[in-house]
Design a protein around this ligand. Structure first.
Ligand code: FES
Ligand code: FE2
Length: 443
């Protein structure tokens, strides 16, 4: 059981909170580059509980700043994005992407514009994503050296989906691997599957064994099951500081990806998913099917989305949500066509973690041995956040961004009886790896 104080420290992300301060040490994927058009309307952006605006100026540069104008706090969301900056519509003060006040027309010259600065974040664009650094350093740390960021940008696919709950429970859904055989595949009888169907190995034994360990990037688990003939089916997954996961939903050898659980505020999270278009994964393989060719219920593709609005929390929301009980189909549940009654793997995870409430009450839980990865990850996050607060120790992956390059998740079947971490190293060495991006050489 996690103590109440631990639960509060783990889940609150606003300015001045223990975890909020830890998160502000890292680059944060905030928007898709396509959300911002040169001289187009600014976007309201909630991030770590702070209300920001994002805009793209006439030269294509991106600005992300506190939405309040430093004059009298009118919202710059209403501003005019024109000729290289955002102009507040109250008294006409204008700010460039770095937050410099470049015009102060409401005062007779000379004014005092050099003394005024909007609170702007550092920004970079990479892989079709706008990354924001909200910390206090003048020189931001390097971007995380994910394999996926070493790939050519046109080979990377990106999707954003908002989730209405705290980042931690969303993230923990990803490292809770024992739910797969129930929530997603509880209705699947292995006798109805061909042995080469990827789902086969997860349903043949629904209570796998685990190894887990701390790693340089966070934590790692390996779920494993004996699948006969001296072979073992392995599923490796990672938690990576401060809010990333890598899931075993693809073949280990090509599954370069990163899944971010970015806190918008304490009760809303943006799932930011970057993956290699050429990988063999759940997204690239055909929909899972039974031996007779009929699709496995509940594995429907394509997430139905609501149109984005300009609200603080109006971006990338799913059409199935708490207001319509995630479109649960009780008949499908009762007839066991879909174990959960909810169609879509992502939606099933979304429904489950949202159903827990905005922030899980950790004192109400009863964690089991199968939840050790969750316990360990919480501990690792808390210890790093407290070490930052108490000793000023930088958390993993900030200075040493290269540690992420060693992280991979995925499944494989192996006759190799090596110790699990050795097996991991062997598999990684035999996997497809990107050449290091020359843009990253200096990082
Ligand atoms: S409040 Fe923005 S210019 Fe006055
Ligand atoms: Fe899941």
């Amino acid at each position: 059981m996690t103590k109440a104080t631990d639960g509060v420290e783990l889940t609150r992300v606003g300015p001045g909170t223990v975890m909020g301060d830890l998160m502000r040490c890292y680059w944060i994927p905030a928007l898709m580059s396509s959300e911002l058009v040169s001289d187009g309307p600014p976007v309201r952006l909630m991030l770590l509980g702070e209300k920001l605006i994002a805009f793209r100026d006439s030269a294509g540069r991106v600005g992300v700043m506190d939405h309040r104008c430093p004059h009298r706090c009118a919202s710059l969301f209403l501003g005019r994005n024109e000729e290289g900056g955002i102009r507040c519509i109250y008294h006409g003060w204008k700010f460039d992407v770095a937050g410099n006040c470049v015009d102060m027309p409401s005062l007779p010259p000379p004014g005092f514009k050099e003394k005024i600065k909007a609170r702007a974040c550092q920004v970079v664009e990479r892989a079709g994503v706008v990354w924001v650094y909200m910390g206090s350093r003048t020189v931001a740390p390097p971007l995380p050296a994910f394999e996926i960021l070493d790939l050519p940008e046109d080979e990377v696919r990106v999707s954003f989906i908002q989730r209405e709950c705290n980042y931690l429970q969303a993230l923990e859904g990803e490292i809770d691997t024992s739910h797969f055989g129930f929530l997603h595949a509880g209705h699947v009888d292995p006798d109805d599957l061909a042995e080469d169907e990827p789902v086969f190995n997860t349903v043949i034994n629904r209570a796998p064994e685990y190894h887990l360990a701390d790693t340089a990037w966070g934590t790692q688990y390996a779920g494993y099951r004996d699948v006969g003939a001296g072979r073992t089916y392995w599923r490796f997954g990672n938690f990576l500081f401060p809010f990333w996961t890598q899931a075993p939903n693809g073949e280990f050898g090509s599954h370069m990806h990163a899944r971010g659980w970015v806190p918008l505020d304490d009760t809303h999270t943006m799932f930011v998913f970057l993956w290699w278009k050429k990988a063999t994964t759940a997204m690239s393989l055909p929909q899972p099917a039974f031996k007779d060719g009929s699709p496995i219920g509940g594995t429907g593709r394509g997430n139905k989305m609501l149109p984005n609005t300009t609200d603080w929390l109006g971006r990338w929301r799913m059409a199935a949500n708490a207001n319509n009980d995630w479109e649960i189909d009780r008949a499908a549940q009762q007839t066991n066509r879909i174990y959960s009654g909810i169609d879509g793997i992502h939606l099933q995870d979304q429904a489950i973690t949202e159903s827990m409430g905005g922030i899980v009450d950790h004192e109400f839980e009863h964690l089991a041995p199968s939840d050790q990865m969750i316990t360990r990850t919480r501990k690792r996050l808390l210890m790093a956040a407290r070490a930052l607060r108490d000793q000023g120790t930088m958390p993993p992956g900030v200075e040493d961004a290269g540690v992420y390059r060693g992280a991979r998740a995925g499944y494989f079947v192996s006759p190799d009886q090596s110790a699990w971490q050795e097996l991991y190293a062997n598999q990684l060495a035999a996997s497809l790896r990107p050449a290091q991006n020359p843009l990253r050489a200096a990082e």
